[in-house]
Design a protein around this ligand. Structure first.
Ligand SMILES: [Ca+2]
Ligand SMILES: [Ca+2]
Ligand SMILES: [Ca+2]
Ligand SMILES: [Ca+2]
Length: 301
């Protein structure tokens, strides 16, 4: 009715104070989905936005109407639901394919710099009450890709510490995953349990889909009576050397692996000790041949 009231008949002497008008300013909520490269749940300066992530707004506006709207993030990772009636709303971020949701409510409690999508709630945020004119840009979501470490145990036939053509892998060697402080790593980026890996028929192992961070591995000598660990860090190519320390069979720590990175240079070489021998005898007839009946000589020091 264009802001028109009903028709009121004013009678003689009437003073009617009941004709009022209320207004609100539309509200908005947004605004950022980003690649959390170090998986700390904080928006660091160099971390880019993620395009094409689906965001759904649900709730009830102040007039009791249910609201259900969906949008996708722009090329810079931004999104916005605007022109909203003030009310109670929450957002649900659809996890992009192949990525993992960052931890919620980090960044030292700074709501402008954290991630608000709760991975235990399917990417849903808490409920936000938007008031008249509120432009809330603090509803953000971070995602990262898992990292991986590996990948090889081999028979260092010439014991020079370098992986060379013709030197085969060793199958079924057990490898443990440790963090940078030598503690066992128990879960992957999706919260699944990590078990020790065993090298395959070609000597390869892999710990995939890990939370970005620093890792070490520890190799278990498959047969200590047979195998000796080769020398560490021989040569100049980290991809072709052995990384296990002789004292504890642990590698050095990797660099910090950011979202999607890998370090496949964590390798270990073992060799089998060579033997020489084995007979000194009394050559009774002096012909230089070990004839039957010619006895061995026991040497005494
Ligand atoms: Ca971060
Ligand atoms: Ca926030
Ligand atoms: Ca070698
Ligand atoms: Ca290496």
């Amino acid at each position: 009715m264009g802001g028109m009231t009903t028709y009121e008949v004013l009678t003689s002497g009437e003073s009617n104070p009941d004709y009022d008008a209320g207004y609100y300013i539309p509200a908005s909520i947004g605004n950022f989905v980003w690649l959390d490269e170090d998986a700390d749940g904080e928006q660091d300066g160099s971390e880019p936005g993620l395009q094409g992530v689906e965001v759904t707004l649900t709730g009830t506006d102040g007039q009791g109407n249910p609201v259900n709207l969906t949008t996708t993030t722009d090329i810079d990772g931004s999104y916005l639901f605007d022109n909203l009636v003030p009310g109670d709303y929450k957002l649900t971020f659809a996890t992009p394919s192949g990525l993992v949701t960052s931890p919620v409510n980090q960044a030292g409690g700074d709501d402008t710099q954290d991630s608000d999508a709760d991975p235990t709630m399917g990417g849903m945020t808490a409920v936000e009450t938007l008031t008249s004119g509120e432009n809330n840009e603090d509803y953000d979501a971070g995602y990262y890709a898992g990292v991986q470490v590996g990948d090889y145990v081999w028979l260092d036939e010439n014991a020079n510490g370098v992986q060379e053509a013709g030197e085969p892998g060793i199958e079924n060697v057990e490898v443990k995953l440790l963090d940078g402080s030598n503690n066992p790593v128990t879960t992957d980026a999706n919260g699944n349990a990590i078990v020790n890996q065993f090298t395959d028929a070609n000597g390869y192992y892999l710990f995939p889909n890990l939370v970005p961070g620093v890792y070490k591995v520890m190799f278990i000598n498959p047969d200590a009576a047979k195998y000796t660990l080769t020398i560490k860090d021989a040569g100049t190519d980290d991809a072709q050397d052995s990384d296990a320390d002789n004292a504890n069979l642990m590698s050095d720590a990797t660099d910090f692996l950011n979202s999607g990175e890998e370090d496949l240079t964590l390798d270990a070489g073992f060799f089998v000790k060579a033997k020489v021998g084995d007979f000194v005898w009394e050559d009774l007839n002096g012909n230089g041949i070990q004839d039957g009946g010619e006895p061995g000589i026991e040497m005494h020091q």
